[in-house]
Design a protein. Structure first.
Lengths: 114, 117
């Protein structure tokens, strides 16, 4: 158990809908990262937050947004969902945002868009 | 471009054998960190081992060890006495300073490792 929690574990929804994925980082970690992993593919970095502020952006679509709250939990909002958004969404956390920071991953949220 | 290459899409070995997964990377940086993560069928992403580039000594975690060749930009993972539970997708990743001056993990495509009984 990495100490990172994600809810829900599974989510099934329809095209055009909006969903929110939630992540709680390990105790003491200030950075939260979101990744997308489509079937049989590697991880695509979406976005990073550090201590409540956006720190880095990867290949995140405009339909997607995220935020980190004062208690450091983070939410990833996916809107106008398309079939291609079906994927495993991981949250990871690290102590800070430096080169030596190891990222610890949550169990992921499996999103299925029908 | 800073990249990570895992040249073996899939490997399989017998239980108790030793297996080495290869990873090469490309960077002009001098200070960086390298990681191996495993993703078993449960799809959980689990840290296996990490290596600091400034350390010449290869990292070791129980049955897992790395062969880090900085000049060759190679970072292979050796699994000794392989076990059925080692069956997983293994990803090599590399922490770099991105263009927007933030540290970012760059991931390889993964190697699927199957341990046969």
């Amino acid at each position: 158990d990495s100490g990172v929690t994600q809810t829900p574990k599974h989510l099934i929804t329809a095209t055009g809908q909006r969903v929110t994925l939630r992540c709680s980082p390990r105790s003491g970690d200030l950075s939260v990262y979101w990744y997308q992993q489509s079937l049989d593919q590697g991880l695509q970095f979406l976005i990073q937050y550090y201590n409540g502020e956006e720190r880095a952006k990867g290949n995140i679509l405009e339909r997607f947004s995220a935020q980190q709250f004062p208690d450091l939990h983070s939410e990833l909002n996916l809107s106008s969902l398309e079939l291609g958004d079906s994927a495993l969404y991981f949250c990871a956390s690290s102590v800070s945002a430096g080169v030596s920071d190891t990222q610890y991953f949550g169990p992921g949220t499996r999103l299925t868009v029908l | 471009a800073q990249t990570v290459t895992q040249s073996q899409p899939e490997m399989s070995v017998q239980e108790a054998e030793t297996v080495t997964l290869s990873c090469t990377y490309d960077t002009s940086e001098n200070n960086y960190y390298l990681f191996w993560y495993k993703q078993p069928p449960s799809r959980q992403m689990i840290l296996v081992i990490r290596q600091e580039a400034y350390k010449q000594q290869n990292a070791t975690e129980n049955r897992f060890s790395v062969n880090f060749q900085k000049a060759a930009k190679s970072f292979s993972l050796k699994i000794s006495d392989s076990q059925l539970g080692d069956t997983a997708m293994y990803f090599c990743a590399f922490m770099i300073l991105s263009m927007d001056s933030n540290y970012q993990l760059i991931w390889g495509a993964g190697t699927k490792l199957i341990i046969k009984p």
